[in-house]
Write a protein that binds this ligand. Sequence first.
Ligand code: GLU
Length: 323
Amino acid sequence: MKWRLRAAFWVALLAGFSMMSVAAYGETRLSIGTGGAAGVYNQIGASICRFLRMRHRDHDLRCRNVKKGGSVDNLRALREGTLEIAVVQSDLQHHAYHGASVFEAAGPHKELRSLFSVVPEAFTVIAGARADITTIRDLEGKRVNIGNRGSGQRVAMEVVMESFGWTFEDFESATEINSALQANQICRGNIDAAVYMVAHPNLSVREATASCDSVLVPVTGPEIDQLISDNQHFVKALIPADRYAANTAPVPSFGVTATVVATSATPPDVVYDVVKAVFENLEEMRTLLPVFANLNKEFMLSPYHAAPWHPGALRYFQEAGIM
Ligand code: GLU
């Protein structure tokens, strides 16, 4: 009798475990393309997966946050069908959809679909304390990390270089280091400055300002004003004060918006589950990280979207009465 009870106990326990693992890890692949480990895209992807796991009884998604090189890499992977969802800059969403800028050779990606916006991003210049860089113009002649290929900051930096009439020869050196490693390179004195298109606060700038007194450099001047008025995708931006140890005053720059996209090949049910998981956990997401503290629905549905809404996202917005 005793062994039977024991056997029944183990059978029930194992059945419970296997059901749990199916529910927790799901069957349908959902890869979310994000960015470098110290960036905010990585935190957005991780949060989406976290909320999906919390609601695992409602869906069968196996969510994976895939750290990639940034917006351009993500948009290429979406087009190739190796990602289901990605976080990308609003300007690059536009360029991919219309086949402009870095996507000119690839042509328009008309299957690109929009889910929602997340946070504003600012073109950020981080300089070593002893690099003698106080304005963006001072980057000339310095050792500057202009961003890895495949990142959004790299595309923005090329626009900035064009507006100052700079080529690679105008820097002592122009490196293409991944954003995750640039703070370390500044603090070791291997480079003088780095650029990053990113929301604040983030781990990369925190590392640079906490471990070696790096500073945020204002991105202003007539060239930048011209760049903003020539580019419908760039807006004036302000990195608020007190986000980092060394940053006591707000730092002006220009910026874009971090948006979440998919393609028409991503099933509406999958997108519906993703959007629902995020919007029904906004309260928790705001408390998760300081960079999410000001998340709000109006901004998330803001018109920074070149691609049409994904039907799965629309279904949720209509059902929830927010669109
Ligand atoms: N905006 C950057 C890019 O598109 C990524 C920023 C981040 O990872 O938070 O490459």
